[in-house]
Write a protein that binds this ligand. Structure first.
Ligand SMILES: Nc1ncnc2c1ncn2[C@@H]1O[C@H](COP(=O)(O)OP(=O)(O)OP(=O)(O)O)[C@@H](O)[C@H]1O
Ligand SMILES: [Mg+2]
Length: 256
């Protein structure tokens, strides 16, 4: 799909620009006035306590829930309320919270599912691109996804999303259920690696510390609003923000 981007330009163009987004469920507005942006090559974290509305922001961006107000632009073009499939075609990948793999399919079949929009030939190319990036997947290709470890399944889920070579990938808590060691691997190796290789990352994480240690910039969401927007290291150093996270039952994990 997308052409090979200009990977050496770290301060690249703005890919995603969200202005005053309000979104929710039914008639209930859960997040309000959320503005954020993600540029080429960047890893941006969206952090905040349980129930703050982080997943809701991503769902609003991904066109899967009701957007009340605000605009979403991707590559300068307005895509507010575009359905997910259209966004995917335009170069946005989205891995929802708790969405890993098709457990009964093999790893290879899972990757192929990610390339469903591609012609056979392109799909083969995309597959070899993904396997070049994560050669660890090669010996697992014939295994059913359900037989893999949590960390391996995460890599398959990411590989599936990468089949269409998105310019931007939105990840909702990719580390849920993973050990500290795997969490660090997913965030510092996989996610940051993607950003630096040309697929920008918008990462929702409840494990705020490791996300903030790794991301370039971050937004702190509290009660559906952006409470702080700064370079990630500044947020990490901010005492009032530390309190927000301590109040966020950081060890707890939810499936939904
Ligand atoms: N499908 C839904 N219908 C109605 N309300 C919902 C729905 N999903 C979430 N909510 C509500 O929206 C609010 C924000 O939820 P959301 O899942 O966005 O929070 P979050 O920041 O992602 O939390 P977590 O870190 O626990 O995943 C919560 O009050 C939640 O109850
Ligand atoms: Mg969530």
């Amino acid at each position: 799909m997308a052409d090979e981007g200009c990977h050496d330009d770290m301060a690249g163009e703005v890919l995603l620009e969200v202005q005053s987004l309000s979104a929710g469920y039914g008639n209930v507005e859960i997040v309000s006035g959320v503005s954020l942006k993600v540029s080429e090559g960047e890893m941006v974290a969206l952090v905040g306590p349980n129930g703050a509305g982080k997943s809701t922001v991503l769902r609003g961006l991904a066109g899967v829930i009701r957007v009340f107000d605000g605009t979403v632009k991707f590559l300068g073009k307005e895509v507010t309320r575009h359905p997910l499939e259209s966004l995917v075609r335009q170069g946005i990948g989205y891995i929802p919270q708790g969405d890993d793999t098709f457990p009964h399919l093999t790893v290879k079949e899972n990757l192929e599912m990610g390339g469903y929009l591609l012609a056979t030939n392109e799909r083969r190319q995309a597959m070899s691109h993904v396997l070049d990036r994560w050669p660890q997947l090669v010996p697992m290709l014939k295994r059913r996804a359900s037989t893999l470890s949590g960390g391996q399944q995460k890599m398959v889920a990411l590989g599936r999303a990468m089949m269409l070579r998105p310019r931007l990938i939105m990840l909702d808590e990719p580390t849920a259920g993973l050990s500290d060691e795997l969490t660090r691997m997913v965030i510092t190796d996989i996610a940051l690696g993607l950003a630096r290789a040309g697929t920008s990352v918008l990462l929702v994480e409840q494990k705020a510390r490791v996300a903030l240690e790794t991301a370039d910039r971050a937004y702190v969401l509290v009660n559906g609003r952006v409470a702080m927007d700064a370079p990630a290291t500044e947020i990490l150093a901010d005492e009032s923000m530390a309190e927000v996270f301590l109040g966020g039952r950081s060890g707890a994990e939810r499936a939904g």
